[in-house]
Design a protein around this ligand. Structure first.
Ligand code: SF4
Length: 375
Protein backbone atom coordinates (compact mmCIF):
# COMPACT_ATOMS: atom_id res chain seq x y z
CA UNK A 1 0.00 0.00 0.00
CA UNK A 2 1.19 3.53 -0.73
CA UNK A 3 1.92 5.56 2.36
CA UNK A 4 0.08 8.66 3.53
CA UNK A 5 0.43 11.03 6.48
CA UNK A 6 -2.34 13.14 7.98
CA UNK A 7 -2.03 16.62 9.44
CA UNK A 8 -5.04 17.78 11.47
CA UNK A 9 -5.31 21.46 12.32
CA UNK A 10 -6.96 22.67 15.53
CA UNK A 11 -7.04 26.47 15.22
CA UNK A 12 -7.94 27.34 18.82
CA UNK A 13 -5.78 28.78 21.58
CA UNK A 14 -6.52 30.04 25.06
CA UNK A 15 -5.04 33.36 23.99
CA UNK A 16 -2.85 34.57 21.18
CA UNK A 17 0.90 34.60 21.90
CA UNK A 18 2.44 37.92 20.95
CA UNK A 19 4.87 36.51 18.35
CA UNK A 20 2.47 34.02 16.76
CA UNK A 21 1.43 34.14 13.12
CA UNK A 22 -0.11 30.66 13.00
CA UNK A 23 -3.73 30.23 12.06
CA UNK A 24 -5.11 30.25 15.59
CA UNK A 25 -7.43 32.26 17.82
CA UNK A 26 -9.54 31.94 20.97
CA UNK A 27 -13.06 30.69 20.17
CA UNK A 28 -16.44 30.42 21.81
CA UNK A 29 -17.79 27.00 22.70
CA UNK A 30 -20.34 27.26 19.89
CA UNK A 31 -17.70 28.13 17.27
CA UNK A 32 -15.57 25.26 18.43
CA UNK A 33 -18.48 22.85 18.22
CA UNK A 34 -19.28 23.98 14.66
CA UNK A 35 -15.66 23.57 13.65
CA UNK A 36 -15.37 20.07 15.06
CA UNK A 37 -18.49 19.03 13.20
CA UNK A 38 -17.05 20.35 9.93
CA UNK A 39 -13.65 18.80 10.63
CA UNK A 40 -15.22 15.43 11.43
CA UNK A 41 -17.10 15.58 8.17
CA UNK A 42 -13.99 16.52 6.24
CA UNK A 43 -11.97 13.68 7.79
CA UNK A 44 -14.56 11.21 6.55
CA UNK A 45 -15.35 12.79 3.18
CA UNK A 46 -11.76 13.24 2.01
CA UNK A 47 -10.86 9.65 2.92
CA UNK A 48 -12.73 8.38 -0.16
CA UNK A 49 -9.69 9.24 -2.31
CA UNK A 50 -7.25 7.45 0.00
CA UNK A 51 -8.79 4.05 0.64
CA UNK A 52 -5.75 2.37 -0.93
CA UNK A 53 -3.32 4.14 1.40
CA UNK A 54 -1.71 3.19 4.67
CA UNK A 55 -1.43 6.05 7.15
CA UNK A 56 2.02 5.99 8.74
CA UNK A 57 1.78 9.19 10.81
CA UNK A 58 -0.82 11.62 12.12
CA UNK A 59 -0.01 15.01 13.59
CA UNK A 60 -2.49 17.12 15.53
CA UNK A 61 -1.13 20.66 15.27
CA UNK A 62 -2.41 24.13 15.79
CA UNK A 63 -3.28 26.23 17.49
CA UNK A 64 -3.51 24.22 20.63
CA UNK A 65 -4.90 20.73 20.00
CA UNK A 66 -4.56 19.98 23.72
CA UNK A 67 -7.35 22.50 24.31
CA UNK A 68 -9.79 19.80 23.11
CA UNK A 69 -11.55 17.66 25.68
CA UNK A 70 -11.09 13.91 25.61
CA UNK A 71 -14.66 13.58 24.40
CA UNK A 72 -13.92 15.92 21.46
CA UNK A 73 -10.69 14.12 20.60
CA UNK A 74 -12.48 10.78 20.83
CA UNK A 75 -15.01 11.95 18.25
CA UNK A 76 -12.18 12.86 15.86
CA UNK A 77 -10.37 9.58 16.47
CA UNK A 78 -13.53 7.60 15.83
CA UNK A 79 -13.83 9.28 12.42
CA UNK A 80 -10.16 8.79 11.62
CA UNK A 81 -10.09 5.13 12.58
CA UNK A 82 -13.25 4.29 10.68
CA UNK A 83 -12.15 6.17 7.55
CA UNK A 84 -8.41 5.46 7.06
CA UNK A 85 -6.16 2.39 7.21
CA UNK A 86 -3.77 3.14 10.04
CA UNK A 87 -0.44 1.31 10.01
CA UNK A 88 0.11 -0.84 13.10
CA UNK A 89 3.00 1.33 14.23
CA UNK A 90 1.43 4.62 13.09
CA UNK A 91 3.14 7.58 14.81
CA UNK A 92 0.41 9.74 16.32
CA UNK A 93 1.57 13.08 17.74
CA UNK A 94 -0.29 15.88 19.43
CA UNK A 95 0.94 19.36 20.27
CA UNK A 96 0.45 20.17 23.94
CA UNK A 97 0.53 23.61 25.45
CA UNK A 98 1.49 23.58 29.13
CA UNK A 99 -1.31 25.26 31.00
CA UNK A 100 -3.94 23.24 29.14
CA UNK A 101 -3.07 19.70 30.35
CA UNK A 102 -1.35 18.88 33.61
CA UNK A 103 -2.90 15.68 34.94
CA UNK A 104 -1.80 12.11 34.42
CA UNK A 105 -5.34 10.91 33.68
CA UNK A 106 -5.66 13.13 30.57
CA UNK A 107 -2.37 11.79 29.24
CA UNK A 108 -3.53 8.25 29.96
CA UNK A 109 -6.65 8.99 27.96
CA UNK A 110 -4.42 10.24 25.10
CA UNK A 111 -2.56 6.96 25.18
CA UNK A 112 -5.80 5.00 25.14
CA UNK A 113 -6.79 6.86 21.99
CA UNK A 114 -3.55 5.73 20.35
CA UNK A 115 -1.50 8.92 20.71
CA UNK A 116 2.11 7.83 21.16
CA UNK A 117 4.10 11.06 20.81
CA UNK A 118 3.78 14.48 22.45
CA UNK A 119 5.19 17.79 21.31
CA UNK A 120 5.18 20.20 24.24
CA UNK A 121 5.62 23.92 23.58
CA UNK A 122 7.88 25.20 26.31
CA UNK A 123 9.86 27.87 24.37
CA UNK A 124 11.85 29.05 27.42
CA UNK A 125 12.56 28.01 31.02
CA UNK A 126 12.81 31.68 32.06
CA UNK A 127 9.48 32.99 33.29
CA UNK A 128 10.12 36.60 32.32
CA UNK A 129 10.73 35.46 28.73
CA UNK A 130 7.55 33.38 28.73
CA UNK A 131 5.67 36.46 29.90
CA UNK A 132 7.24 38.61 27.20
CA UNK A 133 6.23 36.03 24.56
CA UNK A 134 2.67 36.13 25.88
CA UNK A 135 2.65 32.43 26.75
CA UNK A 136 -0.09 31.24 29.11
CA UNK A 137 2.22 29.14 31.30
CA UNK A 138 5.25 29.34 33.59
CA UNK A 139 8.24 27.01 33.54
CA UNK A 140 6.83 25.29 36.62
CA UNK A 141 3.58 24.62 34.73
CA UNK A 142 5.61 23.01 31.97
CA UNK A 143 7.39 20.73 34.44
CA UNK A 144 4.07 19.60 35.91
CA UNK A 145 2.82 18.82 32.38
CA UNK A 146 6.03 17.01 31.45
CA UNK A 147 6.09 14.88 34.61
CA UNK A 148 2.41 13.98 34.23
CA UNK A 149 3.08 12.84 30.66
CA UNK A 150 5.98 10.69 31.82
CA UNK A 151 3.89 9.25 34.67
CA UNK A 152 1.26 8.27 32.11
CA UNK A 153 3.91 6.35 30.18
CA UNK A 154 4.82 8.69 27.31
CA UNK A 155 8.31 7.79 26.16
CA UNK A 156 8.46 9.90 23.01
CA UNK A 157 8.30 13.58 23.91
CA UNK A 158 9.45 16.60 21.97
CA UNK A 159 10.07 19.96 23.63
CA UNK A 160 9.91 23.13 21.52
CA UNK A 161 12.37 25.93 22.27
CA UNK A 162 12.79 29.44 20.91
CA UNK A 163 16.01 31.43 20.95
CA UNK A 164 16.78 35.10 20.19
CA UNK A 165 13.85 36.33 22.27
CA UNK A 166 14.08 40.13 22.62
CA UNK A 167 16.31 40.99 25.58
CA UNK A 168 17.50 37.38 25.96
CA UNK A 169 21.00 36.91 27.35
CA UNK A 170 23.26 34.04 26.44
CA UNK A 171 23.22 32.78 30.03
CA UNK A 172 19.39 32.79 30.07
CA UNK A 173 19.27 30.61 26.99
CA UNK A 174 21.98 28.32 28.37
CA UNK A 175 19.85 27.94 31.50
CA UNK A 176 16.89 26.91 29.32
CA UNK A 177 18.98 24.36 27.41
CA UNK A 178 20.43 22.87 30.60
CA UNK A 179 17.06 22.68 32.32
CA UNK A 180 15.48 20.90 29.36
CA UNK A 181 18.38 18.48 28.91
CA UNK A 182 18.12 17.58 32.60
CA UNK A 183 14.53 16.44 31.94
CA UNK A 184 15.82 14.21 29.14
CA UNK A 185 13.07 14.49 26.50
CA UNK A 186 13.59 12.26 23.46
CA UNK A 187 13.44 15.15 21.00
CA UNK A 188 14.11 18.89 20.99
CA UNK A 189 13.09 21.40 18.30
CA UNK A 190 15.05 24.63 18.63
CA UNK A 191 14.16 27.53 16.37
CA UNK A 192 15.18 31.20 16.36
CA UNK A 193 12.35 33.60 16.89
CA UNK A 194 11.18 35.12 13.63
CA UNK A 195 9.47 38.46 14.00
CA UNK A 196 6.61 38.16 11.54
CA UNK A 197 4.58 41.04 10.08
CA UNK A 198 1.05 41.15 11.46
CA UNK A 199 2.06 40.03 14.97
CA UNK A 200 2.11 42.18 18.11
CA UNK A 201 5.87 41.55 18.22
CA UNK A 202 6.30 43.12 14.81
CA UNK A 203 4.94 46.40 16.14
CA UNK A 204 7.30 46.41 19.12
CA UNK A 205 10.43 44.67 17.90
CA UNK A 206 10.67 44.89 14.13
CA UNK A 207 13.82 47.03 14.53
CA UNK A 208 15.55 43.84 15.68
CA UNK A 209 15.18 42.31 12.22
CA UNK A 210 18.00 44.53 10.97
CA UNK A 211 19.87 44.99 14.25
CA UNK A 212 23.43 43.69 13.91
CA UNK A 213 23.90 42.94 17.62
CA UNK A 214 20.70 40.92 17.63
CA UNK A 215 21.83 39.02 14.56
CA UNK A 216 25.17 38.30 16.24
CA UNK A 217 23.40 37.02 19.38
CA UNK A 218 21.10 34.89 17.24
CA UNK A 219 24.15 33.22 15.66
CA UNK A 220 25.81 32.68 19.04
CA UNK A 221 22.70 31.02 20.43
CA UNK A 222 22.43 28.83 17.34
CA UNK A 223 26.00 27.60 17.93
CA UNK A 224 25.27 27.13 21.63
CA UNK A 225 22.24 24.97 20.79
CA UNK A 226 24.34 22.66 18.64
CA UNK A 227 27.07 22.34 21.26
CA UNK A 228 24.94 21.84 24.36
CA UNK A 229 22.57 19.38 22.70
CA UNK A 230 25.45 17.36 21.25
CA UNK A 231 27.09 17.21 24.70
CA UNK A 232 23.81 15.85 26.06
CA UNK A 233 23.54 13.05 23.53
CA UNK A 234 21.15 14.64 21.04
CA UNK A 235 21.75 13.86 17.40
CA UNK A 236 21.06 16.74 15.03
CA UNK A 237 19.08 15.17 12.21
CA UNK A 238 17.64 18.34 10.71
CA UNK A 239 18.75 21.98 10.79
CA UNK A 240 16.62 22.78 13.87
CA UNK A 241 15.70 19.32 15.17
CA UNK A 242 17.58 17.06 17.55
CA UNK A 243 16.75 13.62 18.89
CA UNK A 244 17.90 10.72 20.97
CA UNK A 245 18.55 7.60 18.94
CA UNK A 246 15.43 6.17 17.34
CA UNK A 247 13.29 9.21 18.14
CA UNK A 248 13.39 11.29 14.98
CA UNK A 249 9.93 12.58 14.13
CA UNK A 250 8.54 10.38 11.38
CA UNK A 251 5.83 12.87 10.48
CA UNK A 252 8.18 15.80 9.94
CA UNK A 253 10.52 13.61 7.93
CA UNK A 254 7.64 12.99 5.54
CA UNK A 255 7.59 16.77 4.87
CA UNK A 256 11.34 16.93 4.29
CA UNK A 257 11.30 13.80 2.13
CA UNK A 258 8.30 15.07 0.13
CA UNK A 259 6.18 12.09 1.07
CA UNK A 260 2.42 12.37 0.54
CA UNK A 261 0.48 14.15 3.27
CA UNK A 262 -3.11 15.22 3.51
CA UNK A 263 -3.94 18.33 5.55
CA UNK A 264 -7.34 18.31 7.26
CA UNK A 265 -8.84 21.34 8.97
CA UNK A 266 -8.73 25.08 8.54
CA UNK A 267 -5.93 26.28 6.25
CA UNK A 268 -4.27 22.85 6.25
CA UNK A 269 -1.85 22.23 3.37
CA UNK A 270 -1.35 18.99 1.43
CA UNK A 271 1.13 17.44 -0.94
CA UNK A 272 -0.05 14.46 -2.95
CA UNK A 273 2.34 13.39 -5.72
CA UNK A 274 3.08 16.52 -7.71
CA UNK A 275 0.06 18.47 -6.43
CA UNK A 276 0.10 21.00 -3.64
CA UNK A 277 -3.20 22.37 -2.36
CA UNK A 278 -4.66 24.01 0.73
CA UNK A 279 -7.92 24.27 2.61
CA UNK A 280 -9.56 27.66 2.96
CA UNK A 281 -8.32 29.77 5.88
CA UNK A 282 -11.75 31.41 6.26
CA UNK A 283 -13.34 30.00 9.40
CA UNK A 284 -16.95 30.68 8.38
CA UNK A 285 -16.44 29.36 4.86
CA UNK A 286 -14.78 26.20 6.18
CA UNK A 287 -17.63 25.50 8.58
CA UNK A 288 -20.39 26.29 6.12
CA UNK A 289 -18.89 23.96 3.53
CA UNK A 290 -18.70 21.16 6.10
CA UNK A 291 -14.90 21.24 5.83
CA UNK A 292 -14.89 20.46 2.12
CA UNK A 293 -14.87 23.89 0.48
CA UNK A 294 -12.95 23.96 -2.78
CA UNK A 295 -9.20 23.76 -2.31
CA UNK A 296 -7.19 26.98 -2.58
CA UNK A 297 -3.84 27.59 -4.22
CA UNK A 298 -3.91 24.34 -6.15
CA UNK A 299 -0.62 23.91 -7.91
CA UNK A 300 0.67 21.19 -10.17
CA UNK A 301 4.42 21.10 -9.81
CA UNK A 302 6.59 20.69 -12.87
CA UNK A 303 9.38 18.11 -12.77
CA UNK A 304 11.86 20.92 -12.25
CA UNK A 305 9.83 22.35 -9.32
CA UNK A 306 9.77 18.89 -7.78
CA UNK A 307 13.51 18.48 -8.22
CA UNK A 308 14.15 21.81 -6.52
CA UNK A 309 11.88 20.90 -3.64
CA UNK A 310 13.51 17.49 -3.37
CA UNK A 311 16.92 19.11 -2.93
CA UNK A 312 15.92 22.05 -0.72
CA UNK A 313 13.77 20.03 1.65
CA UNK A 314 15.94 16.89 1.61
CA UNK A 315 19.15 18.79 2.36
CA UNK A 316 17.59 20.10 5.56
CA UNK A 317 18.16 16.56 6.86
CA UNK A 318 21.73 15.92 7.94
CA UNK A 319 21.64 12.52 6.22
CA UNK A 320 21.02 14.43 2.96
CA UNK A 321 19.46 13.09 -0.22
CA UNK A 322 19.95 9.85 -2.10
CA UNK A 323 21.24 9.99 -5.67
CA UNK A 324 19.68 6.60 -6.45
CA UNK A 325 16.29 7.75 -5.22
CA UNK A 326 16.57 10.94 -7.30
CA UNK A 327 17.42 8.89 -10.43
CA UNK A 328 14.58 6.45 -9.77
CA UNK A 329 11.98 9.14 -9.13
CA UNK A 330 12.95 11.66 -11.79
CA UNK A 331 14.52 9.37 -14.41
CA UNK A 332 17.64 11.56 -14.49
CA UNK A 333 20.94 11.58 -12.65
CA UNK A 334 21.27 14.17 -9.91
CA UNK A 335 24.69 15.14 -11.31
CA UNK A 336 23.22 15.63 -14.76
CA UNK A 337 20.68 18.15 -13.40
CA UNK A 338 22.66 19.84 -10.61
CA UNK A 339 26.28 19.03 -11.52
CA UNK A 340 27.41 22.66 -11.50
CA UNK A 341 25.63 23.50 -8.22
CA UNK A 342 27.13 20.43 -6.57
CA UNK A 343 30.60 21.29 -7.79
CA UNK A 344 30.33 24.86 -6.50
CA UNK A 345 28.96 23.69 -3.12
CA UNK A 346 31.69 21.08 -2.74
CA UNK A 347 34.43 23.58 -3.69
CA UNK A 348 33.07 26.06 -1.16
CA UNK A 349 33.13 23.40 1.55
CA UNK A 350 29.33 23.51 1.97
CA UNK A 351 28.29 20.23 0.38
CA UNK A 352 29.57 16.67 0.37
CA UNK A 353 28.85 14.37 -2.55
CA UNK A 354 30.04 10.84 -1.90
CA UNK A 355 28.67 7.44 -2.82
CA UNK A 356 24.89 7.55 -2.96
CA UNK A 357 24.60 10.66 -0.79
CA UNK A 358 24.67 14.42 -1.07
CA UNK A 359 24.53 16.31 2.23
CA UNK A 360 25.43 19.64 3.78
CA UNK A 361 28.65 20.02 5.76
CA UNK A 362 28.49 21.66 9.19
CA UNK A 363 29.30 24.96 7.56
CA UNK A 364 26.71 24.27 4.84
CA UNK A 365 24.06 23.73 7.54
CA UNK A 366 25.01 27.09 9.04
CA UNK A 367 24.44 28.89 5.73
CA UNK A 368 21.77 26.55 4.37
CA UNK A 369 19.66 29.33 2.84
CA UNK A 370 22.60 30.37 0.69
CA UNK A 371 23.05 26.78 -0.52
CA UNK A 372 19.32 26.28 -1.12
CA UNK A 373 19.22 29.42 -3.26
CA UNK A 374 21.68 27.73 -5.67
CA UNK A 375 19.10 25.04 -6.42
S1 SF4 B 1 0.00 28.51 21.63
FE1 SF4 B 1 1.09 28.29 19.68
S2 SF4 B 1 -0.47 28.53 18.09
FE2 SF4 B 1 -1.36 29.29 20.03
S3 SF4 B 1 -1.01 31.47 19.98
FE3 SF4 B 1 0.72 30.56 21.09
S4 SF4 B 1 2.29 30.14 19.52
FE4 SF4 B 1 0.35 30.55 18.47
Amino acid sequence: MKELSLYIHIPFCVKKCLYCDFLSAPATKAAREQYLLALGYEIEARSEDYKDREVISIFFGGGTPSILTIEELTRLFTKIKSSYNLAKNCEISIEVNPGTVWDKSTFEAYRNLGINRLSIGLQSAVDKELKLLGRIHTYKDFKVTFEAARAAGFDDINVDLISAIPGQKKEDYLYTLNEVCALNPEHISAYSLIIEPGTAFYEDYRYLITDEDHEELDRELYVLTKEVLAENGYHRYEISNYSKEGHECRHNKVYWRRGDYLGLGLGAASLIGNKRFKNTSEFVMYNEAGGVAEYMDEETLSKSDEMQEFMILGLRLTEGVSKKYFAKYFGKDLEEVYGKVLEKGVNEGLLVSEGDKVYLTDRGLDVSNYVFAQF
